[in-house]
Every structure is written in C-alpha cells, then in structure tokens.
Design a binder for this molecule. Sequence first.
Ligand SMILES: Nc1ncnc2c1ncn2[C@@H]1O[C@H](COP(=O)(O)OP(=O)(O)OP(=O)(O)O)[C@@H](O)[C@H]1O
Ligand SMILES: [Mg+2]
Length: 379
Amino acid sequence: MVEDDASDAELIKHALRKDGLLFTVERVETSEDYLQALDQEPPDVILSDYALPTFDGYTALTLAQKMHPEVPFIFVTGTMGEEVAIETLKNGATDYVLKIRLARLAPAVHRALRETRERADRKRAVEQLRQSHEQLRALSVYLQHVREEERMRISRAVHDELGQALTGLKIDLSWLSGRLPRQLNALITKAREMSSHIDETIQTVRRISTELRPGILDHLGLVAAIEWQANEFQTRTGIECKVAHALNHTIMDENLNTVFFRIFQETLTNIIRHANASRVETDLYEEEGRLILEVRDNGRGITREQISNIKSIGLLGMRERAALLGGDVKISGTPKKGTKVTVSIPDAATPRANKRHHENSYSRRSRSGTTWFEANSRR
Ligand SMILES: Nc1ncnc2c1ncn2[C@@H]1O[C@H](COP(=O)(O)OP(=O)(O)OP(=O)(O)O)[C@@H](O)[C@H]1O
Ligand SMILES: [Mg+2]
C-alpha cells in the first residue's frame, strides 16, 4: 500500500476486512521503501494513492510495471480526474477506486486477483501446449529419421545380400549347365529357363532396393537423384517431366537430400493421383543461402481449401519435413492452369552471396547456362 495518510490506510484496511478478505499490508510512503518492498517479495496486489508528498502514484505504477508486471495495481485515491484515470489504465493500472467509494474496493481487489490467476493459468496452458507441440515435432523428427535409416538399411541388405546370393546361384547354374551332356536337351532348356528366371529376380531385387531408397541419392547426390526420379516418373506415367538446375556444387548432405527427395516423390505422387497433368517442370536452384526446389504441373490446379485443409496429411508431411531443417513449403494453384510447389531450405553449403549480384548471376545462368534435361523415356 502506497499511502501517506495513516487514517486513510486504516479506512482502506477496514473496507477490505469488512468484505471478509484475509490479508497483511505493508504500507510505504517513499520511493525507497516502495522499491525495497517490491524487491523483497512481490505482493498479491498493489494499492496506491495518486498524490503523495514525496512520491507519486504514476511513478509507483511505472516501477511496478517494470519490476512485476503480473501484479495487479489499483489506485485508491481521493480525487482522480477521468482523463488521468483513463491514462493510468492505459499504462497498465488494473483499476481505480475513489476514497469516498471504498465499498467498491473489495470487489475490485477480488476481481483483480481472479484475473491475475486466470492469466497465470492461461499462460501455463499455452506453455504446456507449446511444450507438447515441441515434443510432437521432436517425435516426428525422430520417426522420420528412424524410418529413413531403416529403409536405407533394408535397401542395402536386399541389394547386397540377396543380390549377391542370386548372382552366386546364377554362376553355379551356368557351371552346371556347361557340364550337362548335349543329348539331355530337356535339362539344358530347363537350366536356361532357370537362368533367365534368376535374371528377372535380380531385376526385382534391384527395383525393391531402389524404391526403398535410391542409392543414387547417397552416391551421386540430389540433382542426379531428382533427374533419375523424373525419368522413372515419365517412363511409368507417360507424363512429360523435365528437370532444370542451376547449381554449381553437388548436394551431398544426407538430411537435405532426404527431405528434398521425399518431398519431390510426394509431389509427383500427388500429380499422378490428383492433377490430371500432361507436363511437369522442375527447377532446382539456390538463392540467398537457400536451396530451392520448384515443381510445376499443368493440371487442374489445387484449390485454396485443399491447401489449408488440416486433413491433407501428405501436404502436412511435406511441410513438416521442410520445417525439420528450418525450411518451408509454399503451395499454390490456378484453376485449369496447374499447381506449383516450392520447397525452400537453408543450406550451409550454398553461398550466401550479395542478393543483387546473386540474382543477376542466376538469371544469367538460367538464360544461357541452364540446360533442360529431357527425361528420355526407356519405352
Ligand atoms: N498437383 C496437384 N494438383 C491438384 N490437386 C492437388 C495436387 N496435389 C494435391 N492436390 C490436392 O490436395 C489434396 C491434399 O493432398 P495430400 O497429399 O495432402 O493428400 P492426398 O494425396 O489426398 O492423400 P495422401 O495423404 O495419401 O497424400 C489432395 O487430396 C488433392 O485434392
Ligand atoms: Mg498426397
């Protein structure tokens, strides 16, 4: 309580007691005592006169705001003009009560305490929500990582162990058929059939291994893997798929490669399933220390509702993957013109060049130096 008049202080305490409040009061008159009191332990509520001989309520309010903004501050004053009252409320005062209307004080204190409690509860709830969101995100990072590791492991095991075992079988079979007497025609034919069967199985093993995780991604880098995937896509779907890039370094960062590659795959899957497109254009370039992948199709165009639909798990997964590395995914669509997906992720290896200079050099490159890689169909 900031109050210089002892009898006013008694009246104030009386008003609070009458309402059944249990409390202790520390009364101060000077700014030194006030600061010391605030320093020791923040009170539950501050009641302050406005005009004091050596101190003033406005300064008291400012100091309280600075030191304990969560503590409610109520002016209890003999006079306070309406304008001053509004001004103090704007500056953070909780309420003001005139000394001639002390009956209002206890309700004002009750309300202030309740609001403070609610604010604290809300703050706690927001904090808990934030924490649980963070935990979920960490879990999602972990799951993605584990899944990718597992795929890599299975892919290698399938490729190396099954692949080698099959190759061994093929060699043995060829040894065996070389020693079959010429007159045993039926056996020779059978051996030939078995051999071609083994060849097909080797192809299947390769395909399964590559679908799990293309080795090209880890051995030749992102650009090669994107081009390979575009090629596969074109062969499989008949939808023209072009890749252009303007990168002057090979992207070999495992996490970055995984994120870009998986988002690219999800984008292509969406194009097959939803776009009804006849052509896909992909650009890979760097800008301002970020690596950017842009995929445009000429299909029906994704709608605003589909983009913001919380049930769009595929899109959510793409965004989460990019967010893991501090990046983002922008999606836009124009009806009957197509859909554009832009993935942008910071890349430590990408030079953070002067913007203007960089833009110039990129546009120069894309006019002359960039080549469109026609994905050549195997069919
Ligand atoms: N290239 C596209 N062209 C047109 N519409 C698209 C395109 N990509 C996505 N959409 C629309 O956005 C929706 C959300 O895509 P999202 O990938 O999240 O879900 P999905 O493909 O339907 O299911 P999944 O969770 O299996 O990926 C799709 O259902 C589709 O309507
Ligand atoms: Mg999808």
